[in-house]
Write a protein that binds this ligand. Sequence first.
Ligand SMILES: Nc1ncnc2c1ncn2[C@@H]1O[C@H](COP(=O)(O)OP(=O)(O)OP(=O)(O)O)[C@@H](O)[C@H]1O
Length: 383
Amino acid sequence: MLRINNLVKTFDGERRRRRDSKTPSAQEARVFAVNDVSFTVENGQLFTLLGPSGCGKTTTLRSIAGLERPDSGSIEVADRVLFSADEGQKQVNVPANERGLGMVFQSYAIWPHMSVFDNVAFPLQVRKRGERLGRKEISERVMRVLETMELGHLAERQATKLSGGQQQRLALARALVIEPPLLLLDEPLSNLDAKLRESLRYELKRVQRELGITSVYVTHDQVEALALSNAIAVMRNGSVVQLGRPRDIYENPNCRFVAEFIGTSNFLTGNVVAKDGDRYTVNTIDGRLALDSAMTLPLGTDVIVSVRPEAVEVSTTSRAGEVPNEWKGTVLTRAYLGDSLDHVVGVGKHELRTRGNPSTSIEPGTEVYLRMDPAKLVLVPVD
Ligand SMILES: Nc1ncnc2c1ncn2[C@@H]1O[C@H](COP(=O)(O)OP(=O)(O)OP(=O)(O)O)[C@@H](O)[C@H]1O
């Protein structure tokens, strides 16, 4: 449905300085906001661009929307070339208003002087002559979308007299009414409070799935990305560093940056000392670890072992000899999080965070045993 090939977008570094109101120097290097990005989004998928502030997510999305002109690369939606800077071939840059894409941005500018109904009807009413629908058809289509967004009963209300969550649903309804082949969403939930954000997240997912609408979603919120997406591209400094399904990205991060950015992890540095099939033995300063990995690494390689807190079992009794990877340590602190409980355990030079059922709560100062399942430890190449 959407194909992005080798997209590059640079900005003038000096302009950026001025925008950030720092003292501009004579000539700054160009900023590679998007640096050779390629990805494909299948029909009906929700694809997320995830990464920290300034990594290039919004610039990628704005390029798809036609609001930025990339330096090079190409953008195709449903086999229609929207942008191509290819040398030799005909250069293409379809204007934003002719791309026919749905867009919802963080600042969901609803039209305040209009009713809910008119806000959604407007994009259909301003269509070119030949493409315009009849009054009845517009009315039916608007009401259908409003019902989907559970706003049907508020159709006559003035748009400003809606709650924040309802206004955001209205912005989404307005983007959906044109039945776009592709929906672009840039942090659409970030202005809302935590509770509303969570409920709208599920609603968004429901609507997206029900309508089977292909979407590109931009966020810096990893929980949102994991909950919503069919596929995630993690971005850093203008490039995609890992692309995969949410579970793959969470369970098998391909570098320390991804492991750190998605969720919480303990990182243990070490060295490969033995390998038997997929079973590796890694030596760390505080003990050995057995773990399974499909990577091919020679003996002696420096590695990082990423251990998710929930992959560490904490216990006051030892099962040494029965299970691999048991380390002895002392509880330093604990934190009750409602649905889980974290312990921070000191083992030699390491401090490991564990996460478990809140029914297991151990006093700081207690001697404990940490057990780590080899299948849940992840080998991460040293960056
Ligand atoms: N109009 C512009 N002029 C100059 N530099 C820009 C412009 N827009 C973006 N940049 C720079 O390009 C880089 C990528 O910006 P972009 O807004 O795409 O990042 P982002 O990942 O969406 O960040 P955020 O989550 O903060 O919106 C940043 O270094 C940013 O400062």
